[in-house]
Design a protein around this ligand. Structure first.
Ligand SMILES: Nc1ncnc2c1ncn2[C@@H]1O[C@H](COP(=O)(O)OP(=O)(O)OP(=O)(O)O)[C@@H](O)[C@H]1O
Length: 350
């Protein structure tokens, strides 16, 4: 389940403004990937290009054997059906209740009966923890619930690829944590390929299987979470640790005098913090696209920063993992709680 996205040499400009150039990456099928970058580096433009809403100047976007920028309109329409999208400004229709908002794509793009529409809409509202709120208007619910409703709408045509633009913008830390848990649970449930744009460093450090970083019109790095969280590359290191010391400044790139002043003052980027355990599903299941803790570091001879993969209870998840996976109960049974799992019952909060 889930479809791989393979991007090759993608370049996009608006007039004389180059947004990014020569971007190449493979978003693995069924895994959760996060795209980061300072404001204005073109993360939203990238998502819009992936779904065919913006046309790149050059390059390829392979969705299976289809190269999106070179598809005729009819095939493009077909391929777009593989995507569910939750845009940053993907406002709900204010005059429709949540049920009708979520039902909208089904009524527009399919010929399903109203009873079938109802079954599907309620199933998706259940997935995002919104059953009981279906009669409410968008103006009557919190920001977190609006994001969940947008998510339900993005899921309603059973996408193979889910693109989500800043799901956490404007949310408080608890609602962000609950939404992150929903994303992880959803990924386990539907197995689609997830690509999430976020500015939330805690989300980037704990949720995804892969991380990408855009800076100064380039994709600086894209790869497994452990690769970026153990990277000494200055831009990656600064961004993923939310530090002031490093090449990124207020107006995107620090100028030479700023960097010289930093060096003179003896500013040091400091030690890399530990790699936190990855957020597990709320019922303890291991997602199909999930990798064993420490596996990338071990395979590449990288020593993770001291204290990595140790949870709040002091358990080292590199050691625990084989036992944990072996002790997984059959479907329907209870499973031991994994690293970063919330307290029982806290999975699908509002
Ligand atoms: N349709 C468009 N026409 C012209 N310029 C555009 C268009 N869409 C985006 N841009 C420009 O592309 C640049 C990147 O915008 P984008 O919204 O993708 O950045 P972003 O990384 O998502 O930013 P943020 O993190 O603040 O949301 C900006 O300078 C923006 O003004």
């Amino acid at each position: 389940m889930g479809v791989e996205i393979r991007v090759e040499g993608l370049t996009k400009s608006f007039g004389r403004q180059t947004i990014w150039q020569d971007v190449s990456l493979t978003v693995p099928a069924g895994e959760i990937s996060v795209l980061l970058g300072p404001s204005g580096t073109g993360k939203s433009v990238f998502l819009k290009s992936l779904v065919g809403l913006l046309r790149p100047d050059r390059g390829h976007i392979w969705i299976g054997d289809r190269d999106l920028p070179n598809l005729p309109e009819s095939k493009l329409y077909e391929t777009r059906k593989l995507f569910g999208v939750l845009f940053q400004d993907g406002a709900l229709f204010g005059s429709m209740n949540l049920f009708d908002n979520v039902a909208f794509p089904l009524r527009e793009h399919t010929r399903k009966s109203e009873s079938e529409v109802k079954r599907i809409v309620m199933e998706k509202l259940e997935l995002v923890g919104l059953v009981g709120a279906e009669k409410k208007l968008p103006g009557e619910i919190s920001g977190g619930m609006k994001k969940r409703a947008g998510l339900a709408r993005a899921l309603v045509l059973d996408p193979e690829i889910l693109l989500v633009d800043e799901p956490d913008s404007g949310l408080d830390p608890v609602r962000t944590a609950l939404l992150n848990q929903t994303m992880v649970d959803l990924n386990a449930e539907i197995g689609a390929t997830f690509l999430i744009v976020t500015h939330d460093i805690n989300t980037a450090r704990t949720v995804p299987d892969n991380i990408g970083l855009l800076f100064l019109r380039e994709l600086v790095m894209f790869g497994p979470r452990e690769m970026l969280l153990s990277s000494e590359e200055p831009v990656v290191r600064q961004f993923l640790n939310a530090r002031t010391v490093g090449p990124i400044g207020m107006s995107e790139e620090k100028d030479l005098s700023e960097l010289e002043a930093e060096a003179k003052l003896g500013h040091d980027p400091g030690r890399l913090p530990p790699i936190p355990p990855q957020l597990m599903t709320s019922d303890g299941r291991v997602r199909a696209g999930q990798h064993a803790p420490g596996a990338w570091c071990a395979a590449h001879g990288v020593t993770p920063p001291p204290g990595s993969f140790i949870d709040d209870l002091g358990r080292d998840w590199v050691q625990e993992w084989p036992r944990y996976v072996a002790s997984m109960a059959p479907v329907g049974g209870t499973v031991p709680r994994g690293p970063g799992a919330p307290p029982p019952g806290a999975g699908a909060g509002r």
